[in-house]
Design a binder for this molecule. Structure first.
Ligand SMILES: O=P(O)(O)OC[C@@H](O)[C@@H](O)c1c[nH]c2ccccc12
Length: 271
Protein backbone atom coordinates (compact mmCIF):
# COMPACT_ATOMS: atom_id res chain seq x y z
CA UNK A 1 0.00 0.00 0.00
CA UNK A 2 1.41 3.47 -0.88
CA UNK A 3 1.67 6.10 1.87
CA UNK A 4 -1.31 8.15 0.68
CA UNK A 5 -3.60 5.10 0.78
CA UNK A 6 -2.20 4.19 4.19
CA UNK A 7 -2.83 7.68 5.61
CA UNK A 8 -6.39 7.70 4.27
CA UNK A 9 -7.12 4.19 5.57
CA UNK A 10 -5.89 5.31 8.99
CA UNK A 11 -7.98 8.50 8.77
CA UNK A 12 -11.15 6.48 8.14
CA UNK A 13 -10.56 4.63 11.40
CA UNK A 14 -9.43 7.73 13.32
CA UNK A 15 -12.48 9.87 12.59
CA UNK A 16 -14.79 7.18 13.93
CA UNK A 17 -13.19 7.30 17.39
CA UNK A 18 -15.74 8.71 19.85
CA UNK A 19 -13.62 11.67 20.96
CA UNK A 20 -12.31 12.66 17.54
CA UNK A 21 -14.64 15.60 16.95
CA UNK A 22 -14.89 16.54 20.62
CA UNK A 23 -13.74 20.08 20.02
CA UNK A 24 -16.35 20.54 17.37
CA UNK A 25 -19.10 20.11 19.92
CA UNK A 26 -17.31 22.07 22.63
CA UNK A 27 -16.17 24.91 20.45
CA UNK A 28 -19.17 25.59 18.23
CA UNK A 29 -21.37 26.94 21.03
CA UNK A 30 -18.65 29.23 22.31
CA UNK A 31 -17.75 30.84 19.01
CA UNK A 32 -18.56 34.46 18.32
CA UNK A 33 -21.46 34.26 15.90
CA UNK A 34 -22.25 36.67 13.12
CA UNK A 35 -25.90 35.76 13.21
CA UNK A 36 -26.32 34.57 9.65
CA UNK A 37 -27.10 30.90 9.26
CA UNK A 38 -25.56 28.48 6.86
CA UNK A 39 -27.96 26.08 5.12
CA UNK A 40 -25.50 23.24 4.95
CA UNK A 41 -24.70 23.62 8.67
CA UNK A 42 -28.10 22.47 9.90
CA UNK A 43 -29.31 26.00 10.45
CA UNK A 44 -26.59 26.63 13.04
CA UNK A 45 -25.25 30.18 12.99
CA UNK A 46 -22.04 30.47 11.01
CA UNK A 47 -19.06 31.61 13.06
CA UNK A 48 -17.57 35.07 12.90
CA UNK A 49 -16.01 35.82 9.55
CA UNK A 50 -12.36 34.85 9.29
CA UNK A 51 -10.00 36.79 7.03
CA UNK A 52 -10.40 35.87 3.38
CA UNK A 53 -7.83 33.40 2.06
CA UNK A 54 -7.69 34.53 -1.58
CA UNK A 55 -7.77 38.21 -0.69
CA UNK A 56 -4.85 37.74 1.69
CA UNK A 57 -2.79 35.78 -0.85
CA UNK A 58 -3.40 38.13 -3.76
CA UNK A 59 -2.52 41.21 -1.68
CA UNK A 60 1.16 40.39 -2.30
CA UNK A 61 3.06 40.16 -5.62
CA UNK A 62 3.54 36.49 -4.70
CA UNK A 63 1.46 35.13 -1.83
CA UNK A 64 3.08 32.89 0.78
CA UNK A 65 1.30 30.15 2.70
CA UNK A 66 3.87 29.20 5.32
CA UNK A 67 3.44 25.76 6.84
CA UNK A 68 3.66 24.53 10.42
CA UNK A 69 4.78 20.90 9.98
CA UNK A 70 6.56 18.97 12.71
CA UNK A 71 7.35 15.88 10.69
CA UNK A 72 6.38 14.06 7.50
CA UNK A 73 6.61 10.53 6.13
CA UNK A 74 9.16 11.72 3.56
CA UNK A 75 11.32 13.92 5.81
CA UNK A 76 10.96 12.58 9.36
CA UNK A 77 11.38 15.24 12.11
CA UNK A 78 11.87 18.57 10.34
CA UNK A 79 12.75 21.02 13.12
CA UNK A 80 13.96 20.37 16.66
CA UNK A 81 12.82 21.82 19.00
CA UNK A 82 9.45 22.40 17.36
CA UNK A 83 7.51 25.40 18.70
CA UNK A 84 4.31 26.02 16.72
CA UNK A 85 3.49 29.41 18.30
CA UNK A 86 7.02 30.77 17.77
CA UNK A 87 7.03 29.50 14.21
CA UNK A 88 3.70 31.19 13.45
CA UNK A 89 4.90 34.47 14.95
CA UNK A 90 8.08 34.40 12.87
CA UNK A 91 6.05 33.72 9.70
CA UNK A 92 3.75 36.64 10.43
CA UNK A 93 6.62 38.99 11.31
CA UNK A 94 8.36 38.09 8.04
CA UNK A 95 5.27 38.96 6.00
CA UNK A 96 3.64 35.61 5.18
CA UNK A 97 -0.03 35.96 4.16
CA UNK A 98 -1.40 32.62 5.44
CA UNK A 99 -0.34 29.91 7.89
CA UNK A 100 -0.95 26.25 6.99
CA UNK A 101 -1.38 23.90 9.92
CA UNK A 102 -1.16 20.12 9.61
CA UNK A 103 -4.06 18.37 11.35
CA UNK A 104 -2.87 14.78 10.97
CA UNK A 105 -1.22 13.54 14.14
CA UNK A 106 0.12 10.11 13.29
CA UNK A 107 2.07 10.95 10.13
CA UNK A 108 2.64 14.71 10.44
CA UNK A 109 2.67 15.30 14.21
CA UNK A 110 -0.08 17.93 13.93
CA UNK A 111 -3.61 18.18 15.29
CA UNK A 112 -5.93 20.30 17.36
CA UNK A 113 -3.38 21.30 20.04
CA UNK A 114 -0.99 22.56 17.41
CA UNK A 115 -3.84 24.38 15.65
CA UNK A 116 -4.89 26.08 18.91
CA UNK A 117 -1.32 27.20 19.64
CA UNK A 118 -0.96 28.69 16.16
CA UNK A 119 -4.47 30.20 16.15
CA UNK A 120 -3.66 32.02 19.40
CA UNK A 121 -0.26 33.23 18.15
CA UNK A 122 -1.30 34.86 14.87
CA UNK A 123 -4.11 36.82 13.27
CA UNK A 124 -3.25 35.52 9.81
CA UNK A 125 -5.80 33.40 7.94
CA UNK A 126 -5.21 29.67 8.44
CA UNK A 127 -5.40 26.68 6.15
CA UNK A 128 -6.81 23.44 7.64
CA UNK A 129 -4.32 21.00 6.13
CA UNK A 130 -5.86 17.58 6.38
CA UNK A 131 -6.85 14.50 4.45
CA UNK A 132 -10.53 15.40 4.20
CA UNK A 133 -12.78 12.42 3.48
CA UNK A 134 -15.82 13.25 5.62
CA UNK A 135 -18.05 16.35 5.91
CA UNK A 136 -17.52 16.44 9.67
CA UNK A 137 -13.92 17.44 9.07
CA UNK A 138 -15.17 20.52 7.22
CA UNK A 139 -17.38 21.52 10.16
CA UNK A 140 -14.37 20.91 12.38
CA UNK A 141 -12.31 23.35 10.30
CA UNK A 142 -15.09 25.91 10.51
CA UNK A 143 -15.34 25.51 14.27
CA UNK A 144 -11.60 26.02 14.61
CA UNK A 145 -11.68 29.31 12.70
CA UNK A 146 -10.08 28.15 9.44
CA UNK A 147 -10.14 30.41 6.37
CA UNK A 148 -9.46 27.58 3.94
CA UNK A 149 -9.68 23.78 3.77
CA UNK A 150 -7.46 21.53 1.68
CA UNK A 151 -9.34 19.04 -0.52
CA UNK A 152 -7.07 16.44 -2.13
CA UNK A 153 -8.59 15.28 -5.42
CA UNK A 154 -6.66 11.98 -5.35
CA UNK A 155 -8.56 10.76 -2.28
CA UNK A 156 -12.09 11.84 -3.32
CA UNK A 157 -14.69 10.71 -5.84
CA UNK A 158 -16.10 13.32 -8.24
CA UNK A 159 -19.32 13.43 -6.21
CA UNK A 160 -17.44 13.97 -2.95
CA UNK A 161 -15.23 16.61 -4.50
CA UNK A 162 -18.21 18.62 -5.77
CA UNK A 163 -20.19 18.35 -2.54
CA UNK A 164 -17.17 19.14 -0.33
CA UNK A 165 -16.33 22.22 -2.43
CA UNK A 166 -19.90 23.45 -1.89
CA UNK A 167 -19.86 22.63 1.79
CA UNK A 168 -16.58 24.46 2.42
CA UNK A 169 -18.01 27.51 0.61
CA UNK A 170 -21.32 27.32 2.46
CA UNK A 171 -19.33 27.42 5.70
CA UNK A 172 -17.69 30.67 4.60
CA UNK A 173 -14.28 29.20 3.79
CA UNK A 174 -12.24 28.70 0.62
CA UNK A 175 -11.68 25.19 -0.74
CA UNK A 176 -8.04 24.74 -1.82
CA UNK A 177 -8.32 21.88 -4.29
CA UNK A 178 -5.08 19.92 -4.60
CA UNK A 179 -4.00 18.15 -7.78
CA UNK A 180 -0.86 16.37 -8.88
CA UNK A 181 -1.68 14.93 -12.31
CA UNK A 182 -3.31 16.05 -15.52
CA UNK A 183 -6.31 13.86 -14.82
CA UNK A 184 -6.74 15.33 -11.33
CA UNK A 185 -6.47 18.86 -12.75
CA UNK A 186 -9.25 18.07 -15.23
CA UNK A 187 -11.42 16.70 -12.41
CA UNK A 188 -10.79 19.82 -10.30
CA UNK A 189 -11.75 22.10 -13.20
CA UNK A 190 -14.87 20.02 -13.93
CA UNK A 191 -15.87 20.38 -10.27
CA UNK A 192 -15.58 24.15 -10.75
CA UNK A 193 -12.67 24.62 -8.34
CA UNK A 194 -11.58 28.26 -8.35
CA UNK A 195 -8.52 27.88 -6.16
CA UNK A 196 -6.24 25.04 -7.21
CA UNK A 197 -3.06 23.87 -5.51
CA UNK A 198 -0.65 22.03 -7.74
CA UNK A 199 1.34 19.67 -5.53
CA UNK A 200 4.87 19.24 -6.85
CA UNK A 201 5.27 16.21 -4.61
CA UNK A 202 3.89 12.86 -5.68
CA UNK A 203 2.31 11.68 -2.42
CA UNK A 204 2.79 8.08 -3.52
CA UNK A 205 6.51 8.18 -4.33
CA UNK A 206 7.60 11.50 -2.68
CA UNK A 207 9.30 12.57 -5.89
CA UNK A 208 9.15 16.40 -5.95
CA UNK A 209 9.65 18.66 -8.96
CA UNK A 210 8.52 22.21 -9.73
CA UNK A 211 8.02 21.28 -13.39
CA UNK A 212 4.76 19.66 -12.25
CA UNK A 213 3.34 23.15 -11.64
CA UNK A 214 4.67 24.47 -14.93
CA UNK A 215 3.09 21.61 -16.86
CA UNK A 216 -0.32 21.54 -15.16
CA UNK A 217 -0.99 25.28 -14.88
CA UNK A 218 -1.81 25.39 -18.61
CA UNK A 219 -4.89 23.26 -18.00
CA UNK A 220 -6.48 25.64 -15.51
CA UNK A 221 -8.95 28.35 -16.61
CA UNK A 222 -7.76 31.96 -16.39
CA UNK A 223 -10.10 32.87 -13.51
CA UNK A 224 -8.50 30.26 -11.26
CA UNK A 225 -6.14 31.24 -8.43
CA UNK A 226 -3.17 28.89 -8.76
CA UNK A 227 -0.95 27.85 -5.89
CA UNK A 228 2.26 25.86 -6.21
CA UNK A 229 2.89 23.44 -3.33
CA UNK A 230 5.93 21.53 -2.03
CA UNK A 231 9.64 21.39 -2.70
CA UNK A 232 10.01 25.16 -3.15
CA UNK A 233 13.46 26.21 -1.88
CA UNK A 234 14.95 29.28 -3.48
CA UNK A 235 14.15 32.82 -4.60
CA UNK A 236 14.86 31.52 -8.10
CA UNK A 237 12.03 28.98 -7.72
CA UNK A 238 9.73 31.82 -6.69
CA UNK A 239 10.77 33.88 -9.73
CA UNK A 240 10.13 30.96 -12.09
CA UNK A 241 6.69 30.37 -10.59
CA UNK A 242 5.79 34.06 -10.66
CA UNK A 243 6.73 34.26 -14.33
CA UNK A 244 4.46 31.28 -14.92
CA UNK A 245 1.47 33.15 -13.50
CA UNK A 246 1.31 31.40 -10.13
CA UNK A 247 -0.41 33.54 -7.47
CA UNK A 248 0.98 31.93 -4.33
CA UNK A 249 3.26 29.24 -2.95
CA UNK A 250 2.88 26.78 -0.08
CA UNK A 251 6.21 26.20 1.64
CA UNK A 252 7.16 24.18 4.72
CA UNK A 253 10.33 22.15 4.89
CA UNK A 254 12.86 24.48 3.25
CA UNK A 255 11.88 27.27 5.69
CA UNK A 256 11.55 25.09 8.78
CA UNK A 257 15.06 23.71 8.32
CA UNK A 258 16.58 27.21 8.75
CA UNK A 259 17.49 28.28 12.30
CA UNK A 260 16.38 31.89 11.65
CA UNK A 261 12.89 31.45 10.26
CA UNK A 262 12.07 35.10 9.83
CA UNK A 263 15.22 35.66 7.78
CA UNK A 264 14.53 32.47 5.81
CA UNK A 265 11.10 33.77 4.74
CA UNK A 266 12.55 37.14 3.77
CA UNK A 267 15.33 35.54 1.73
CA UNK A 268 12.94 33.19 -0.05
CA UNK A 269 10.40 35.87 -0.92
CA UNK A 270 12.94 38.53 -1.93
CA UNK A 271 11.71 38.93 -5.50
O1 LIG B 1 7.41 21.02 3.07
P1 LIG B 1 7.24 21.39 1.62
O2 LIG B 1 7.96 20.50 0.68
O3 LIG B 1 7.56 22.85 1.39
O4 LIG B 1 5.68 21.20 1.28
C1 LIG B 1 4.65 21.91 1.96
C2 LIG B 1 3.28 21.34 1.55
O5 LIG B 1 3.09 21.58 0.19
C3 LIG B 1 3.18 19.84 1.85
O6 LIG B 1 3.33 19.68 3.22
C4 LIG B 1 1.86 19.22 1.39
C5 LIG B 1 1.21 19.47 0.22
N1 LIG B 1 0.06 18.75 0.13
C6 LIG B 1 -0.06 18.01 1.24
C7 LIG B 1 -1.08 17.12 1.63
C8 LIG B 1 -0.94 16.53 2.85
C9 LIG B 1 0.16 16.75 3.67
C10 LIG B 1 1.17 17.62 3.30
C11 LIG B 1 1.07 18.26 2.08
Amino acid sequence: MDILSEIVANKRVEIEQPDYFQTLEKVVDELPHVGNTCDACDGKPARAATPDFIEALTSAPMGLIAEVKRQSPSAGAIRVPFEPAEIAKAYEAAGAQVVSCLMDKKYFGGGEDQWAAVRAATKLPMLYKEFVIDPRQIFHAEALGASAVLLIVAVLTDEELTSFIHLVQACGMTPLVEVHTEEEMKRAVAANAKCIGINNRNLKTFETKIETTLALRELAPADCTLISESGIRTADDIRTLKDAGIAAVLVGESLLRQPDLEQAVKDLMAV
